[in-house]
Write a protein that binds this ligand. Structure first.
Ligand code: P6P
Length: 342
């Protein structure tokens, strides 16, 4: 890992500028893009934090491409990110959970070498009950020829091609967690300064954890290996006197954030009631890949149960995949159950 000279309460903008110094070829475009991601998410945090007061709660009366009801805050977050970053001159294309097709850079604005994939507001079903929600983003270099608009090929790259990824959790505090392949770092928003300050330098996920996270309400939908793994996990650690605690928020960003900091495993397996047609829920391009990159950079593992998430070749922008991520020990054990080795 390159030795970024960090110091207590370093701002995100300063950290990214320091990182640029390790790239002599850098033009500052990436740095400006990260500054704008910081700005857009601070604006979203401001709206999230007053959502209960303003008429911004509730249903916007529309559905997104995944069939999820779009909440007004989703629409605000989508607009904030696409407008702020679309005009920055560093992107050639954007792709979002909220839009059926990739979004080009607006007419009249310069195109750049980067591609942004994002979920503007993850967990929006939790908005009205004041439970943590989040924003997820991933950044690629364009692979298509030319310097004009990007193409679908640019957003359907495997997660292993991500050059940066991050999420913002709008919780008891607002925190941006970010990696550019140089470790994982957490920046907590100080609203009195309007700055993200380095609060969690070089986050490493524990080798083994204390929590497992899955929607137990869907136990009747799991396949046999998942069922066997869960019952083993509970018995195994009850015997050792260290039973796992079950934690499940129902917002991917919140469940991944807790898993990243305390270790353990998060699972969203496919609905396997029809074994011939398993139905996963989470989206590969703008949920599983960015989270998988972060977890791997922190020393953990992210897979479908069979394959490494970051090696999957996306077939479509809104493709869904089973997602299992967390501490190496727990994820590898799950993979052994899936492989029939246990
Ligand atoms: P369920 C939120 O709607 C989301 O897309 C993820 O943030 C979260 O992990 C998952 O769905 C929760 O799904 O079916 O348990 O409510």
């Amino acid at each position: 890992m390159r030795p970024i000279q960090t110091y207590k309460l370093m701002t995100l903008n300063r950290y990214v500028a320091e990182e640029q110094r390790w790239h002599p070829e850098a033009t500052g475009t990436f740095t400006r893009m990260m500054w704008d991601i910081s700005l857009a998410t601070k604006m979203i945090a401001r709206e999230v934090n007053k959502a209960g007061l303003a008429d911004i709660l509730g249903d916007a009366g529309i559905e997104n491409v995944s069939g999820d009801r779009v909440q007004k805050l989703d629409a605000y977050a989508q607009a904030r990110i696409s407008r702020t970053l679309g005009r920055g001159g560093y992107l050639c294309l954007m792709a979002s959970e909220e839009q059926p097709e990739p979004t080009p850079v607006p007419e009249g604005y310069p195109r750049g070498p980067y591609v942004l994939v994002f979920d503007p507001l993850d967990g929006s079903s939790n908005i009205d009950v004041n439970v943590s929600i989040g924003t997820i983003f991933g950044i690629y270099r364009r692979v298509s020829a030319g310097e004009g608009d990007g193409t679908l090929e640019d957003v359907l790259q495997p997660g292993s091609q991500l050059i940066a990824a991050g999420y913002v959790i709008y919780g008891s505090s607002t925190m941006l967690v970010y990696t550019s392949g140089n470790g994982v770092h957490g920046f907590t928003l100080d609203p009195s300064l309007g700055e993200y300050l380095l609060s969690h330098p070089d986050i490493r996920i524990p080798e083994r954890g204390t929590t497992y996270s899955i929607n137990e309400g869907y136990a009747g939908r799991w396949d046999e290996p998942t069922r066997r793994y869960l019952s083993w996990l509970k018995q195994e650690d009850a015997a050792s006197g260290r039973p796992y605690k079950h934690r499940y928020v129902g917002t991917l960003v919140a469940d991944v954030h807790r898993t990243l900091l305390t270790g353990g495993i998060f699972l969203y397996p496919s609905d396997a009631r029809d074994p011939a047609r398993p139905k996963p829920k989470l989206r590969l391009v703008y949920e599983a890949n960015p989270m998988g990159f972060i977890i791997e950079q922190a020393g953990g593992r992210a897979s479908t149960g069979r394959e490494r998430i970051l090696e999957l070749q996306p077939a479509g922008l809104h493709q869904r995949v089973p997602l299992v991520l967390g501490s190496r020990r727990e994820v590898e054990l799950y993979e052994e159950f899936v492989a029939g080795a246990r």
